[in-house]
Design a protein around this ligand. Structure first.
Ligand SMILES: *Cc1c(COP(=O)(O)O)cnc(C)c1O
Length: 375
C-alpha cells in the first residue's frame, strides 16, 4: 500500500467538461458536488485554463514581495467586489490557511486572545482553525490545540451577545454552515455578531470558504445577510480548481496584522486563475444565475420529494436535503445507477454544491433521480 488519509472511491475520474466528469471507461457523471464547491464555473473553463496556462509558461513563480501584474489585478478585483470597505487581501493556498491567518490577524489587531466560534462549525484542520472547529472527531487526536476558544450555539443571537466581551479578539462564523449540515443563519444572528464585535472592538470573521464566489446567489453571503464583516475568508471556488485561498480584511486589520507570511502566497499561476475566476463570475453575473437555478431546484425538490425529505435547506446552489435514512447509501445509488455525484453533510444530509453554471435541465435530472432513489 502506498498513500493514506483518503478512503478512495470506486470510480477513476480522468476528465472533466463543464458540469460533467468522465471515468476511465467513458461513463459520464453529472458533478453535483463540484468536488466540494471547488469548480463554480464548471470543469475545464476556457478563460481560467488559458489564464493559468499563459502564466505558467511566462512565469511560474517569483517570491511574493515582487509585484506581478496578475496578482495586482487580483487584489484590485477582490477589493472592488468584497463587501463594503474590505480592501486588503492576504493570499494563501487553502481554506484552513485563510482562516488561520484571519485568527492570527484578529489577535494581533486587537491585542486580545479570546475567540468565539459556533457549535457544528467547520473552519479547517490546521491547529488554529481546528481549534475553532466544533466536532471532536476532527480534534481529539491532536489536542491540546490553541486555547481560549468559546463555542456558542449556531443561530442563537442571545448566546452570541453573551459570549462577546472586551476580552474578545474575534468571532468566526460561517453564514451557512457547510460541513455542519447546510444550516443557514438568520440575519438577526449575523447582525448581532456584527453589533457585539463592533461594540467590543473585536474582529468579525465570515468564513466564506464554502459560501463565497457566488455559491449562495450573491458573490458573498454577507450581502444577503446585510452585514459587512471585518474579514472574509475564501478558498474553495476561488481558483476554479486551482489551490488558492484569501483572507480579505479592512484597513484597521491590515495596519496591525503582526508578522505573517508564506512562501507560496499569491503565486502567479494561481493568482491568474483566481483573477479569471472572479472576473468571470462577476462579469457574467453568475451569482444571479445560481440564485435562479437554486430557487428552482429547491422548489422542485420540495415538491417532488414530499415526505421522503424532512427538509430542503440552503441558499442559491448550496443545498442540503435532510433525509430519513443514511446519506451514504443514497449517494452511492445516485452515483452508480444515475450517474450523479453528490456529497454528504453529516449522516443524514445529501449536499448539493454543483457548478454555478448548471441549467434547469440538470436540476430536473437530479430531482427525478432523487425521487426514484428515495421513493
Ligand atoms: C472546506 C472548508 C474549510 C477548509 O478548507 P481547506 O481548503 O480544506 O483547508 C474551511 N471552512 C469552510 C467553511 C469550509 O467549507
Amino acid at each position: 500500500m502506498s498513500g493514506f488519509v483518503f478512503s478512495e472511491k470506486p470510480i477513476q475520474i480522468v476528465e472533466g467538461d463543464g458540469p460533467y466528469l468522465y471515468d476511465d471507461g467513458g461513463t459520464e457523471y453529472l458533478d453535483m458536488g463540484a468536488s466540494y464547491a471547488c469548480v463554480p464555473l464548471g470543469h475545464g473553463h476556457d478563460a481560467v485554463q488559458s489564464a493559468a496556462a499563459d502564466q505558467l509558461s511566462r512565469l511560474t513563480y517569483v517570491q511574493a514581495s515582487y509585484p506581478v501584474a496578475v496578482r495586482t489585478d487580483l487584489y484590485e478585483r477582490l477589493a472592488e467586489t468584497a463587501p463594503g470597505d474590505i480592501d486588503y487581501t492576504w493570499l494563501c493556498n487553502s481554506g484552513t490557511e485563510a482562516n488561520e491567518a484571519a485568527l492570527k490577524f484578529a489577535r494581533a489587531a486587537t491585542g486580545n486572545s479570546k475567540l468565539v466560534a459556533t457549535m457544528q462549525g467547520f473552519h479547517g484542520r490546521t491547529m488554529g482553525s481546528l481549534a475553532t472547529t466544533w466536532k471532536n472527531k476532527y480534534k481529539k487526536p491532536y489536542e491540546p490545540l490553541i486555547g481560549d476558544v468559546e463555542f456558542v450555539p449556531y443561530d442563537d443571537p442571545d448566546a452570541m451577545a453573551e459570549a462577546v466581551d472586551e476580552e474578545t479578539a474575534g468571532v468566526i462564523v460561517e453564514p451557512i454552515q457547510g460541513e455542519g449540515g447546510i444550516n443557514p443563519a438568520s440575519k438577526e444572528f449575523l447582525q448581532t455578531a456584527r453589533v457585539e464585535t463592533a461594540t467590543n472592538g473585536a474582529a468579525l470573521i465570515f468564513d466564506e470558504v464554502q459560501t463565497g464566489m457566488g455559491r449562495t446567489g450573491t458573490l458573498w453571503a454577507s450581502e444577503w445577510a446585510d452585514v459587512i464583516p471585518d474579514m472574509v475568508t475564501a478558498a474553495k471556488g476561488l481558483g476554479n480548481g486551482l489551490p488558492v485561498g484569501a483572507t480579505l480584511c479592512r484597513e484597521w486589520i491590515a495596519e496591525n496584522y503582526g508578522d505573517h507570511a508564506s512562501t507560496f502566497s499569491g503565486g502567479p499561476v494561481v493568482s491568474a486563475a483566481a483573477e479569471a475566476t472572479v472576473s468571470t463570475i462577476v462579469d457574467e453575473d453568475v451569482p444571479a444565475h445560481a440564485a435562479d437555478v437554486g430557487e428552482y431546484l429547491r422548489g422542485r425538490l420540495r415538491e417532488e420529494l414530499g415526505e421522503a425529505a424532512r427538509e430542503v435547506r440552503g441558499e442559491g446552489l448550496m443545498i442540503g436535503i435532510e433525509i430519513k435514512r443514511g446519506a451514504n447509501r443514497i449517494l452511492k445509488e445516485l452515483a452508480l445507477n444515475h450517474g450523479i455525484l453528490a456529497l454528504p453533510a453529516g449522516r443524514t444530509v445529501v449536499r448539493l454544491l454543483p457548478p454555478l453554471t448548471i441549467e434547469k435541465a440538470h436540476a430536473d435530472h437530479v430531482v427525478d433521480a432523487l425521487a426514484e432513489v428515495l421513493g
